[in-house]
Ligand binder design. Structure first.
Ligand code: CTP
Ligand code: K
Ligand code: MG
Length: 182
């Protein structure tokens, strides 16, 4: 029962989990900042860590992943014995682009609160992309969102995501892919 919930929650959120990591890889070699270098109240609007390239690559990767997961779903569902969701294109886009928007929103808040690029903001760092994807889902695919996140799935997502985030980021830092372990 718990295993099925965790598998379902993980599968459903994968198109939102992958974009941030792909953005890190895509942004490694540079890219123009979304804020165009502009400042607000003496601080950057977003900073050099939020690039068009990273955002586009992350979104595209999340949508592509959702389409691949749709192909794998029948066999994976049978094997795992879990009723896995099918991603509509709108849901896939909302999960992936919403995750990127959440991350951008967090940077905006970090700059407004005096945090430099790369600074940590505990809590926000671990859940900004979940808040972003769930919000955009509510806007673009509300029925799909309601169906997939009913009952305890939402609770599992909210508990599991910060743990996964901490572990993947620490791993990415240890192998040299990220500048900071958060
Ligand atoms: N990145 C990007 N575009 C994005 C998100 C991330 O290019 N939309 C790349 C940048 O190279 C960024 C790196 O991935 O520096 C790490 O991402 P993140 O930790 O989200 O950004 P920070 O550098 O920590 O910047 P901030 O403090 O604004 O979050
Ligand atoms: K971030
Ligand atoms: Mg960071």
């Amino acid at each position: 029962m718990l295993r099925a919930l965790v598998v379902k929650a993980f599968w459903t959120m994968l198109p939102a989990y992958v974009p941030n990591n792909v953005a890190v890889l895509a942004g490694k070699t540079g890219g123009s900042p979304i804020d165009g270098g502009r400042s607000l109240g003496g601080r950057r609007v977003l900073g050099d860590g939020k690039t068009w390239r990273g955002t586009a690559a992350g979104t595209l990767a999340g949508v592509c992943l959702a389409l691949v997961l749709n192909r794998l779903r029948p066999a994976a569902g049978d094997r795992l014995g879990v009723d896995l969701p099918e991603f509509s294109l709108r849901a896939a886009f909302a999960l992936a682009f919403g995750a990127m928007l959440g991350d951008v929103g967090a940077s905006f808040l970090k700059r407004r609160t005096g945090r430099e690029r790369g600074a940590s903001f505990p809590g926000l760092d671990q859940l900004d992309f979940v808040a972003g994807s769930l919000s955009l889902l509510a806007l673009l695919a509300p029925t799909w969102r309601k169906e997939q996140f009913e009952g305890p799935v939402m609770a599992v997502v909210l508990l599991m995501t910060p743990v996964l985030h901490v572990v993947t980021n620490a791993g990415a830092y240890l192998v040299g892919l990220k500048e900071e372990p958060w």
